[in-house]
Design a protein around this ligand. Structure first.
Ligand SMILES: C[S@@+](CC[C@H](N)C(=O)[O-])C[C@H]1O[C@@H](n2cnc3c(N)ncnc32)[C@H](O)[C@@H]1O
Length: 207
């Protein structure tokens, strides 16, 4: 493939990036690890005995963070449409979270035991068609929220990546109805030019 100026710029930016270097030093699969680490430094929601589900987990750096902080005392279930190499203390399910059968599979693995934490970094492949991409992420956000409503313990926590754009405010409003405290957050590790934003919901108001 011909290397365009844009792809060269991307490569330089990537190699020079502080978080790429830090991920290599600290043994994480990707720089995304620091988004979760920074969210947890701010909100302190990952406990040594948490029961957690990580949606859109591949290549696995969020799961690695969970594995280091939770270890054997809790439980970590990760899901992605792509394959993911094994991570200690993490049970992995491969499948498309939009499919009912995949949802049933993860629910079966959970064996009726409720969760302290649902985190979702799921994002669809970007098609370049802005409206389509935005609706695609909001749909995944909605599915992650529905899953949380069913599986979180009272006072459980929800962290989800979204993008500012159509239907974002509506989705944020839905999260606000379900959690006592809701904060939007852009970690330092999130690139300025990315419109990604994280929504953190604390203290699930279960009915
Ligand atoms: C930004 S990456 C996640 C990075 C991950 N948090 C990490 O730290 O390594 C987004 C992931 O969402 C996954 N994904 C997108 N749509 C999905 C779907 N419908 N079901 C399951 N996973 C999906 C992608 O395959 C991709 O691995």
């Amino acid at each position: 493939m011909k290397r365009t100026k844009t792809s060269k710029n991307w490569m330089h930016e990537h190699v020079d990036d502080f978080y790429v270097q830090e991920a290599q030093k600290q043994g994480y699969r990707s720089r995304a690890a620091f988004k979760l680490i920074q969210a947890n430094e701010k909100f302190k929601f990952i406990k040594h005995d948490s029961r957690a589900v990580d949606l859109g987990a591949a290549p696995g750096s969020w799961s690695e963070v969970l594995s280091r902080l939770i270890g054997k005392s809790g439980r970590i279930v990760a899901l992605d449409i792509l394959e993911m190499q094994n991570i200690k203390n993490v049970e992995f399910i491969q499948g498309d979270f939009r499919e009912q059968l995949v949802l049933q599979k993860i629910e079966k693995v959970l064996e009726n035991d409720k969760l302290d934490l649902v985190i979702s970094d799921m994002a669809p492949n970007i098609s370049g068609i802005k409206v389509k991409d935005q609706l695609g992420i909001i749909y995944l956000n909605e599915l992650a929220l529905d899953f949380s409503l069913k599986w979180l313990k009272p006072n459980g926590h929800f962290l989800v990546k979204s993008f500012v754009g159509a239907d974002f405010e509506k989705f944020l409003g839905e999260v606000k109805r379900q959690f006592k405290i809701v904060t939007t957050f852009k970690p330092k590790a999130s690139r300025d030019r990315s419109s990604e934003i994280f929504i953190y919901g604390s203290e699930f108001l279960s009915n």
